[in-house]
Write a protein that binds this ligand. Structure first.
Ligand code: AP5
Ligand code: MG
Length: 214
């Protein structure tokens, strides 16, 4: 199964990707997580990502496409993958189409998750994540222990640099102007499926499964 998750910041792409990847035994490929790792390692793209992510801006398309191309050659992608947060511009989608052709692969579905902006802001301001295993929590909705440790690996949870109010606003604008055109792009290819993300995590998951297993 080869899938794309589309949606604004905080809609639950990462949360749902972890559940779906576990169920189907495919890797979750999050370009955001790859850039956060590059920042940690202070590589050249990492340094560029650090500056751009703080401003809520996207990394250049050719760097992101190169990163994804390299990742998709790994053996764990043989039986499929879930792209979480890629593509997010028309040039990225076109570049990815070329890549699929080169790899003789077909995309199965693009799942667009949506939620109202006020809900997204609340979700992002309360989000905490585990820097080690990537598990995602929320202060009210998906609570973590009083000590702020990950349930799974007991690492100290952190708040993302780009989850500050002004940066969240900028990320939303970028989504509306640069990523929303992809909805039409994939609708024309008859690959787009829409899911209401404003439901409990489990219910969103079941809606996605219903669409995929129809
Ligand atoms: P990225 O890491 O992809 O961030 P994003 O798209 O802004 O999305 P988020 O990860 O913030 O949200 P999410 O939808 O995964 O929500 P989550 O599941 O965590 O990208 C970050 C940056 O990297 C970009 O700004 C850019 O600079 C760069 N980048 C990445 N990809 C790029 C690309 N392709 N091209 C160029 N640059 C790129 O959930 C959020 C919170 O809500 C959590 O606390 C969670 O517990 C809670 N929650 C989830 N679901 C529910 C629910 N159903 N009900 C209640 N709460 C819920
Ligand atoms: Mg995410």
């Amino acid at each position: 199964m080869r899938l794309i998750f589309l949606g604004p910041p905080g809609v639950g792409k990462g949360t749902q990707a972890q559940l779906l990847c576990k169920k189907y035994g495919i890797p979750q490929i999050s370009t955001g997580a790859m850039y956060r790792q590059a920042i940690k390692n202070q590589t050249t793209p990492g340094k560029q990502a650090e500056a751009l992510m703080k401003q809520g801006k996207l990394m250049p398309d050719f760097i992101t496409l190169g990163l994804v191309k390299e990742r998709l050659q790994k053996s764990d992608c043989k039986n499929g993958y879930l792209l979480d947060g890629f593509p997010r511009t028309i040039p990225q989608a076109e570049g990815f189409d070329k890549l699929l052709q080169e790899m003789h692969q077909k995309l199965d579905a693009v799942i667009s998750i949506s939620v109202d902006e006020a809900v997204l802001i609340k979700r992002l301001s309360g989000r905490r994540s585990c820097p080690k295993c990537g598990a995602v929590y929320h202060a009210d909705i998906h609570p973590f222990s009083k000590k702020g440790l990950c349930d799974k690996c007991h690492e100290k949870l952190v708040q993302r640099e780009d989850d500050k109010h002004e940066t969240i606003k900028k990320r939303m604008d970028v989504y509306l102007t640069q990523t929303v055109p992809l909805l039409d792009y994939y609708k024309k290819k008859k690959l787009l499926y829409e899911v209401d993300g404003d439901q409990e995590i489990e219910k969103v998951f079941n809606s996605i499964l219903n669409l995929l297993e129809k």
